[in-house]
Write a protein that binds this ligand. Structure first.
Ligand code: FNR
Length: 419
């Protein structure tokens, strides 16, 4: 092992041994919870001490066996408030849990004796050639997880050729991210009640070369992030260096996309936003427009009518409303309403290649992931993001082989069934 790798391993070991962070937060990720999220379901058969050893946090990205390995490290290395921001759902986390439970209702139907010696995951999405249907979901404030933040994510996306959607509450500017990614990223927008803020930001993203604008529509009226508030209460650090409690809008100082927009935090909830907003965007930009946060047939139809070029079925990773409705369960009605007119993407709760396969079989064109790469980022920076994406890609390719589906086009309704 190189000196650098050894030093990193020792550092991680030191962190993991620290009583401050080794303690379980929110009763969170003890063996029982972890086994519930892992392949090893029969937790009753595994003694607690063995479970503890089997799920010991990994000390390097290469040791990870699934993306949950990074979740455990992230929980230990991040300050409680930052981990709370990453992990939180809303209310009692009903939607967060529903997202995962939805995958259990769908099973895979394997077709044998098909030549799958050449697995091909290429696709064309909104005119863009992609090598993988696995897309990096927009997530704000990534420097809260690692000093390299969105730059690390962009470099990892580049090395594996994944499409990246950049949040407008990014901690790194779109210009720097595109340079690190090596090609344009899609730009996601949370508007404010001040149209001119959105307009300035959209024009800047277009100038930077973003071909697609993603409008997030599922967080217009706030969300009740109880878990995050609980984690914040556990954090006794002095956070004033980054968070100026005297100024409510101080967080805007660290969000470069707001530079020159004259934004204030007062208009960040946008309960008055309607489909007219999409039409208004259409008037000011040539970028293709994607609507993120659709879960119903009615909204899918309205989005098509309002001129959307694609949809993302999403409940914000369970961070928006406490609907208790997993996105995989909402996918069929959205796909039916879109009726092939525009591509349908999906996110929320995807953790394994088989999860991704199920959504593709139900008509999704691509799948975005959020926390899996953010766990990797928090745990190990760019190499962690790379490994998270690699594991998901390898898993997807393996499932495609097992199901007798060599290309994405071969994956269809016959590839799955419902319990
Ligand atoms: C998000 N998400 C999000 N969405 C968005 O449109 N703009 C944003 O800035 C953010 N920020 C953000 C931060 C963090 C920490 C998380 C976890 C999520 C939602 C994100 O794009 C995506 O919808 C979910 O993360 C998908 O669910 P999973 O994969 O995290 O379960």
């Amino acid at each position: 092992m190189s000196g650098k790798a050894l030093a990193r391993r020792q550092f991680v070991k030191y962190l993991l041994g620290s009583p401050l962070i080794a303690g379980s937060l929110l009763g969170g990720l003890g063996p029982a919870r972890l086994f519930a999220g892992s392949m090893m379901r029969d937790e009753a058969a595994i003694p607690a001490d063995l479970a503890e050893r089997l799920l010991a946090p990994v000390a390097s990205p290469e040791e990870a066996l699934d993306v949950f390995d990074f979740q455990r490290v992230a929980q230990r290395v991040l300050p409680p408030a930052h981990y709370g921001y990453l992990a939180t759902g809303t209310d009692g986390d009903e939607t967060l849990q529903a997202n995962r439970k939805a995958f259990e209702k769908v099973y895979l139907r394997a077709m044998r004796m098909v030549d799958t010696s050449a697995i091909d995951t290429r696709l064309t999405l909104l005119g863009q050639e992609l090598t993988s249907p696995i897309v990096i979901a927009p997530a704000g404030s990534q420097r809260a997880f690692h000093p390299d933040g969105e730059l690390a994510t962009a470099r990892a996306a580049r090395s594996h050729g994944h499409l990246q959607i950049l949040s407008n509450v990014t901690t790194v500017s779109i210009e720097e991210v595109i340079e690190a990614r090596g090609e344009p990223v899609w730009f996601q927008l949370y508007p404010t009640t001040d149209w001119s803020v959105a307009e300035k930001m959209v024009r800047r993203a277009q100038r930077a070369g973003a071909p697609v604008l993603v409008l997030t529509v599922d967080l217009n009226s706030g969300s009740n992030r109880v878990a995050m508030q609980r984690f914040i209460k556990l954090d006794d650090r002095d956070c004033s260096q980054c968070h100026d409690s005297d100024r409510e809008d101080s967080w805007l100082d660290r969000k470069p996309m707001y530079t020159g927009t004259d934004a204030t935090t007062s208009g960040f909830d946008t309960p008055g936003m309607t489909w007219d907003f999409l039409r208004r965007l259409r008037d000011i930009t040539d970028m293709q427009l994607v609507v993120k946060g659709i879960v119903t047939a009615e909204d899918a139809a309205s989005a098509v009518q309002a001129g959307a070029d694609a949809l993302i079925v999403s409940n914000h990773g369970g961070r928006g409303e406490a609907s208790g409705w997993g996105t995989l369960d909402s996918l069929p009605e959205v796909v039916a309403a879109a009726n092939g007119a525009i591509p349908v993407m999906i996110d929320s709760g995807f953790r394994r290649g088989s999860d991704i396969f199920k959504a593709l079989a139900m008509g999704a064109d691509a799948v975005c992931v959020g926390r899996p790469y953010l766990w990797g980022l928090a745990a190990f920076g760019q190499p962690g993001v790379e490994r998270a994406l690699e594991m998901l890609s390898v898993e997807l390719a393996m499932v495609m082989g097992q199901m007798g589906t060599a290309t994405l086009k071969d994956i269809g309704p016959a590839s799955i069934g419902r319990h």
